[in-house]
Design a protein around this ligand. Structure first.
Ligand SMILES: NC(=O)c1ccc[n+]([C@@H]2O[C@H](COP(=O)([O-])OP(=O)(O)OC[C@H]3O[C@@H](n4cnc5c(N)ncnc54)[C@H](OP(=O)(O)O)[C@@H]3O)[C@@H](O)[C@H]2O)c1
Length: 238
């Protein structure tokens, strides 16, 4: 197993939802965190509640602004001196279908769900190689594995692309000890699905996913899991 102590993780979108649960769980484990998001005040409030010191840094990251990604990675190296892991968590769900296609919304999902994580992976890769056992966690979705009913086909397309990014990262980084995983949950209890009819059964709690990802991060390179599919609903083939 890989001990958390001293390892530096970058997490995008940590102010709320799954990103917040991840930040809380992984900080408790002993990782040093570099948190990147749009709402620096909200992230600052979170960090303030922890009473944190130099083991947590807060950065402006807007997935629609490539320069903010470059600055975040450079400043993380400046402040922590290393990057051991990248968690691409920030994401966007837009609900249009093929009958009511919305090109602007589709572009926004591609930018936030696919292009930004790809740029961050590119920028972090040399540092993850230098770390020797770098880790990349991409929060994809069950919508990265299948298309279900009329549920946001554009979102499913972007999340399928996240699967490809994850496997490309494994191919590029394996020889240097880098491992990557695509996390593919069904519904998670966050604001993202506040307006989605999820039915009667309970949905996944962010803290449960954070615990799963904590376990994945501790696994050695010789026990690498490429995809984590997490169900709260019975699926035909997942
Ligand atoms: N909820 C679900 O049912 C579900 C299921 C499967 C997968 N996922 C995936 O899980 C991940 C986390 O989503 P969530 O459920 O926690 O949803 P959420 O509560 O809506 O949170 C979305 C996060 O993405 C960030 N974000 C959105 N646009 C951004 C941008 N332009 N730049 C930087 N950050 C941006 C948000 O930051 P702000 O606070 O600045 O808005 C927020 O932290 C996403 O990748 C999502 O696709 C969610």
């Amino acid at each position: 197993m890989i001990a958390a102590d001293g390892r530096v993780l970058m997490i995008s979108g940590p102010a709320r939802g799954l990103g917040r649960a991840l930040a809380e769980r992984l900080r408790g484990e002993g990782y040093r965190l570099s948190l990147g998001g749009r709402d620096a005040a909200a992230i600052g409030d979170l960090v303030g509640q922890w009473g944190s010191g130099p083991d947590v840094s807060v950065h402006r990251f807007d997935a629609t602004d490539g320069d903010s990604a470059r600055t975040w990675v450079a400043d993380t190296m400046g402040e922590h001196g290393r990057i051991d892991g990248l968690i691409n968590n920030a994401g966007l769900l837009e609900g249009f279908g093929l009958d009511d296609y919305d090109e602007a919304a589709f572009d926004a999902m591609w930018q936030i769900n696919v292009k930004a994580p790809t740029l961050l992976t590119h920028l972090a890769l040399p540092h993850l190689r230098a770390a020797g056992d770098g880790r990349v966690v991409n929060i994809a979705s069950a919508s990265g594995k299948r298309v279900k009913g009329g549920f946001s086909p554009g979102y499913a397309m972007t999340k399928h692309a996240v699967m490809a990014l994850t496997h490309a990262t494994r191919q590029h980084g394996w020889a240097d000890g880098i491992r990557a995983v695509a996390v593919c949950p069904s519904f998670i209890a966050t604001e993202m699905i506040a307006h989605v009819d999820t039915g009667e059964e309970p949905v996944i709690e962010p803290a449960d996913l954070a615990e799963l990802i904590r376990t994945w991060l501790a696994l050695p390179g010789s026990a690498s899991v490429a995809e984590l599919i997490v169900n709260c609903r019975l699926e035909d083939a997942l």
